[in-house]
Design a binder for this molecule. Structure first.
Ligand SMILES: [Zn+2]
Length: 385
């Protein structure tokens, strides 16, 4: 596949903007935005709206999202009549306020680090620069919608509806989530979150423990039995992640709560585990109540296959190296759009490592290349029949 002169020029132009991209990343990382902190989310959304608005010469629209801020930019089509392309980004991070004090934004060589730099503030910067390059380059492209939500890291309780509304009728959804080693994500497991409540009966642990019903022991038995529900060969994991129980040192605990994280590759597997959890019988007499359920459906590979091929062609036209793909356990908002039947490709954001881990970092020199790849993929979508 031959390189395309106008896309080579677009890629070179973005490379020249690396310092500006890094300074935008610095400003965004330096505005802490934990998912559960409305004031900081609002302040960061204002910042994104301001920086993005100035870069694109186009104001962001605030989308009502039930208490969580959301921003949307609409770039009109240029000489193209195919359906819109939706870019998904989120501005919230998993890092609590105050993290910056011990871990400020910094750059060493071509590594940029700071809370949320990799997941996914660098992806957001790349998305904005890709749109700016498209606007400047005058290349034919479909309408582009950039949607920025603020609750992705907690499962998108408010953002989900906004994401689904934007994706409905779209030709493709491109997710700007971080990418380990640059691999695009063609499949993501579905996610289930469960809170199982155990109720027993309190009793004095010294005087008459036999009159108690030990909720802690019931929860522990339940946790051990979960192994039988997992199916490693099918990619299904059922992981007890947190247990709380007991009030005092000398009381048989009357209450316990067990949290469970479920991941599965197919909807059928999600359903199998869900049924099994709800009908699980414990040997003892504690009562069990299952709360929660499937949070995100899986992003099955069918939804991404065509787009991955187009992305590879886009990389070729920009003179970029071949792309690799990955199948991962973590869910994203792309799971929701794939479940609607909209072709969805994920992992188009920053290249780097360490999502959700202290020290997460972005390869800065890859930022312009990923922005170019994204812009070229959008151009490629205009040629799709
Ligand atoms: Zn993310």
């Amino acid at each position: 596949m031959a390189v395309d002169d106008s896309l080579l020029a677009l890629t070179a132009g973005l490379r020249a903007e690396l310092p500006a991209m890094i300074s935008m990343l610095d400003v965004l990382v330096s505005s802490e935005s934990p998912s559960d902190d409305p004031a900081r989310l609002e302040a960061t959304a204002d910042l994104v709206a301001d920086l993005g608005g100035r870069l694109l010469g186009l104001p962001a629209v605030r989308v009502p999202a039930g208490g969580s801020p959301a921003l949307r930019w609409d770039l009109p089509a240029v000489r193209c009549d195919v359906g819109p392309v939706v870019l998904l980004a989120h501005l919230d991070t998993v890092w609590p306020a105050g993290t910056l004090a011990r871990w400020p934004f910094s750059i060493t060589g071509d590594h940029a680090t700071g809370p949320g730099a990799f997941d996914m503030k660098a992806g957001l910067v790349q998305g904005l620069y890709a749109m700016a390059a498209l606007t400047r380059g005058g290349l034919a492209h479909p309408p582009v919608v950039l949607l920025v939500t603020a609750d992705e890291e907690i499962g998108s309780p408010a953002g989900r509806r906004v994401v689904e509304a934007a994706a409905t009728g779209a030709g493709a959804v491109l997710v700007l989530e971080a990418s380990a080693d640059g691999a695009l994500k063609v499949a993501r497991k579905g996610v289930g979150n469960y809170h199982v409540h155990f109720t027993g009966r309190a009793a004095h642990a010294g005087l008459e423990p036999e009159k108690g019903i030990n909720a802690l022991v019931a929860a522990a038995q339940f946790a051990l039995a979960l192994e039988g529900l997992a199916d490693p060969a099918a990619g299904t994991t059922v992981t007890p992640t947190r247990m709380t129980a007991g009030d005092t040192q000398n009381t048989v605990p009357a209450r316990a709560v067990l949290d469970i994280d479920v991941r599965a590759v197919t909807v059928a597997e999600q359903q199998r585990v869900d049924d099994a959890l709800r009908h699980f019988r414990l040997p003892g007499t504690a009562t069990v109540e299952v709360e929660g359920g499937v949070n995100r459906p899986p992003l099955e590979e069918d939804a991404a296959r065509e787009l991955f091929g187009l992305a590879q062609r886009a990389a070729d036209r920009c003179g970029l190296p071949a792309l690799s793909c990955a199948r991962v356990g973590g869910g994203s908002d792309g799971n929701f759009t794939a479940a609607l039947g909209i072709p969805t490709l994920d992992g188009l954001g920053a290249v780097g490592a360490g999502a959700h881990a202290e020290g997460e970092h972005v390869i800065t020199t890859a930022m312009p290349e990923r922005a170019a790849l994204l812009a070229a993929l959008i151009v490629e979508l205009s040629r799709r029949s």
